[in-house]
Structures are given as structure tokens and as C-alpha cells.
Design a protein around this ligand. Structure first.
Ligand SMILES: Nc1ncnc2c1ncn2[C@@H]1O[C@H](COP(=O)(O)OP(=O)(O)OP(=O)(O)O)[C@@H](O)[C@H]1O
Ligand SMILES: [Mg+2]
Length: 391
């Protein structure tokens, strides 16, 4: 990683000499002669480290320290003071300068000071990177089953390509969390993820939720409201339970997706957006198409990539990893210390059919941890439906 040093000095010669020296130490260098230019580069975020002279044609160098004291990650600033000008040096350090050097600059000292500043910058970057990685983490257990591995590999490709995805699967198989996983692992991770459950909203309201409305569009529309399509601009709109959408709104949605534009209810302006659509359904959409309850054209538009989550009973090899995951997260949440599952209990967990899929498994483990007296979850701690198989 090469760092950029901004040299702020009005003497062309001094800039030249320092610049050449820094280049041999493989820093990138920007040289400016005024405080104004320095300020501009700082605000643009061009500089990783600043070498700042005191007397500049348009002002007193250390003013830059006061001005930028609130910048969230201000680069380290090394102030170069005149020989014997202790007062300025002390003042600069008090105001957050990284270091000070006196003229004429001793190159060995400069090198050392820059090295220390570089360490600060690198550590800061590392922390930022870590924070971002943390923020984007979605706890998603992939498991061992080939079907799940394939789903994840396709999901990552769809995330990269930013195309529409249709996620299908029985209730509790993880459709919601897969949508979040796609968001967290694609180029839109830092953009909005807006989810709307189409089954939870009346179809009469759904249109204005999606597209927004202008003031006066209907009696209760007192002021303009942007739709979720707009809120999701640049990011992802997740249409959960898409099968609940009426044919009329399906048609409007299709038009909006295809043109990446729409009008608010009661509005005339065409609003342009860039939205990636993810949709989920636990119903048989091809069957609904045959029964004229779902539009075939919309289906194909959403189904650019189809991700089908297998029911848990068809991928029982994933159960141990999921159980481990739910024990870990429940322990953390409830301040418990359960260490595992007895062999008999694990056998019961793997034999059961899990009609409620991963959601049911997660609830069963949480309940078992509450009931568990020993270190490990045992057969009697499990829900009756699960434990009775071993009787
Ligand atoms: N692969 C997984 N790793 C970890 N947790 C999971 C996984 N899949 C599902 N879960 C958990 O199981 C529960 C149900 O998942 P989710 O809500 O995503 O299912 P769904 O398919 O959307 O269900 P529904 O059809 O009822 O809406 C959630 O608590 C979720 O966190
Ligand atoms: Mg869901």
C-alpha cells in the first residue's frame, strides 16, 4: 500500500527536494504552495499524511489544524517550524499535530516521523475495514449439503451481476436471510436494502407503498410520499411473498422493473431509479401462472436467477452445523453455557422431519437451552414431537 504525502510549502525548491526524497521512500507526493490548495486536497481526501510549513502566502499554516480538527479521519499532520520556534511547535502539538520538525529538515528525522505517521494511517484503515466487515456480517450457515452449496454459489454470482433473483422454498427455509446475504455480499452492500412483505399490506395500499404518491392523490394523501422503489434507489428492493400481489400491481411492477422508472400515484413526472429486485415466494408460482393468478412475464423477469431452498428434511446433513450455530447464538443472547448435544438428542434431531424447517429447528434449540439442566442438551429437553421418535 503506498501512501500519499501532501507537501505544503510555498518554496518551490523545498517542495522539490522533499518530494524527491519521499519518492525514493516510495511515497506518492502532492506538492502545493498555499493553504487554500492544501485545504482542498484535505477535504477531498487525497492525502494520507501532511507536511505543513508555517508561513504560507495566504495564511498561517497551523490554522489548518484548527480547521480540520473535526474531520472524522484527518490525516496525521507534521508541522515544519523555523529553527528555535518552540512556541509554534508546542502550539501545533496542542492542536493535534502528529509531530513537528525544525528547519532545515533532517532527513533521517523526517523519515522516522513519516514511518510513525504511516503506522497510524495503516492501523486506522485496518480498523475501518474491520468495522465494515462487521457491519455487513449476516449470520448465514451454509452447511455441507451439495444443494445448499450450489444455492450459495449461484446467490453470489447473482449478487455480483446485480440481476433479479427469485427465492423459493417452504416456510422457514431461510428465504429472508438469503436475501440479506445477497445484499451483504454484493456490490450494493453499502446501499439500501428495503424489504416489503406483500402479504402484510393490502393490495390497495401496495401500489402507493411501492411507488409513492403526490399530495392530493387520494383523500388521505396530505403530502407527497416517496415510494420504496425510490428509497431503495442504488440498492435492493426485496419483495417478500410476491405471490400475494394482485395482477394489476404485478403489471405495474413489471413495467417499473423493465424501464427502471415509474410515476408516483397521482404524479406525472417519470422517476428514474436503479434498483435490483429480489423476490421470495413459498407458493408454487408456475401453478399460479397456469391458474391465471400470476403473470408469466413478471415471473420470467424476476426469475433471471432462481434460488430454491431445499426443505430441511432433504438436507439433514446440515443439521449438526445449524444446531451448533443456534447453540452458540442462543448462549450469547441468553448468557448460557450449553456446550453441545448428547448423541441420543442429536439422533432425534436428525430423524425428525422439520415441517417448519430452519425456523422450527432454531426454536427447538432455544427452548432446549432454556430447559437444559446439564451441560449438554439431552433428549428430554427437546420438544415432544422431536423426542417421541426415540421412544
Ligand atoms: N442458513 C441459515 N443459517 C442461519 N439461520 C438461518 C438459516 N436459514 C434460516 N435461518 C433462520 O431461520 C429463521 C427463518 O428464516 P427466514 O425467515 O429467512 O425463513 P423464510 O423462508 O423467509 O420463512 P417464511 O416463508 O415463513 O417467510 C430465521 O430466524 C433465520 O435467521
Ligand atoms: Mg420470509
Amino acid at each position: 500500500m503506498s501512501l500519499t504525502v501532501l507537501i505544503v510549502d510555498d518554496e518551490e525548491n523545498a517542495r522539490q527536494n522533499l518530494g524527491e526524497l519521499l519518492a525514493t521512500k516510495s511515497y506518492d507526493v502532492i506538492g502545493v504552495g498555499t493553504l487554500g490548495d492544501a485545504r482542498e486536497h484535505l477535504l477531498k481526501g487525497d492525502a494520507d499524511i501532511v507536511l505543513l510549513d508555517i508561513q504560507l502566502p495566504d495564511g498561517y499554516g497551523p490554522n489548518l489544524l484548527y480547521e480540520t480538527s473535526n474531520m472524522p479521519s484527518r490525516p496525521p499532520i507534521i508541522v515544519i517550524t523555523g529553527f528555535g520556534d518552540i512556541e509554534t511547535a508546542v502550539d501545533a502539538m496542542k492542536n493535534g499535530a502528529h509531530d513537528f520538525l525544525t528547519k532545515p529538515v533532517d532527513f533521517a528525522q523526517l523519515d522516522l516521523s513519516l514511518q510513525r505517521a504511516s503506522e497510524v494511517v495503516k492501523m486506522r484503515r485496518e480498523l475501518e475495514h474491520y468495522r465494515e466487515a462487521q457491519a455487513q456480517k449476516v449470520d448465514f450457515v451454509i452447511g455441507e449439503s451439495p444443494r445448499m452449496k450450489e444455492v450459495i454459489s449461484h446467490a453470489l454470482k447473482a449478487a455480483d451481476a446485480q440481476v433479479s433473483v427469485l427465492i423459493t422454498g417452504e416456510t422457514g427455509t431461510g428465504k429472508d436471510i438469503l436475501a440479506q446475504y445477497i445484499h451483504a455480499n454484493g456490490p450494493r452492500a453499502n446501499k439500501p436494502f428495503i424489504a416489503i412483505n406483500c402479504a402484510a399490506i393490502q393490495n390497495t395500499m401496495l401500489e402507493s407503498e411501492l411507488f409513492g404518491y403526490e399530495a392530493g392523490a387520494f383523500t388521505s394523501a396530505e403530502r407527497r410520499k416517496p415510494g420504496l422503489m425510490e428509497v431503495a434507489d442504488g440498492g435492493i428492493l426485496f419483495l417478500d411473498e410476491i405471490s400475494s400481489m394482485s395482477l394489476d400491481i404485478q403489471a405495474k411492477l413489471l413495467r417499473a422493473i423493465e424501464s427502471q422508472s415509474f410515476r408516483r400515484v397521482g404524479g406525472t413526472n417519470l422517476i428514474k431509479v436503479d434498483v435490483q429486485i429480489l423476490a421470495a415466494s413459498n407458493r408454487d408460482l408456475p401453478k399460479m401462472i397456469r391458474e391465471n393468478q400470476f403473470r408469466e412475464d413478471l415471473f420470467y423477469r424476476l426469475n433471471i436467477v432462481d434460488l430454491n431452498l431445499a426443505p430441511l428434511r432433504e438436507r439433514k446433513e446440515d443439521i449438526p452445523e445449524l444446531v451448533g450455530f443456534f447453540i452458540r447464538t442462543t448462549n450469547a443472547r441468553k448468557g448460557m453455557n450449553v456446550t453441545g448435544v448428547t448423541p441420543l438428542a442429536m439422533q432425534a434431531l436428525q430423524q425428525y422431519d422439520w415441517p417448519g424447517n430452519i425456523r422450527e429447528l432454531s426454536n427447538a434449540i432455544e427452548r432446549a437451552i432454556i430447559f437444559c439442566d446439564g451441560e449438554r442438551i439431552d433428549l428430554p429437553d427437546l420438544p415432544r414431537d422431536v423426542s417421541i421418535q426415540m421412544a
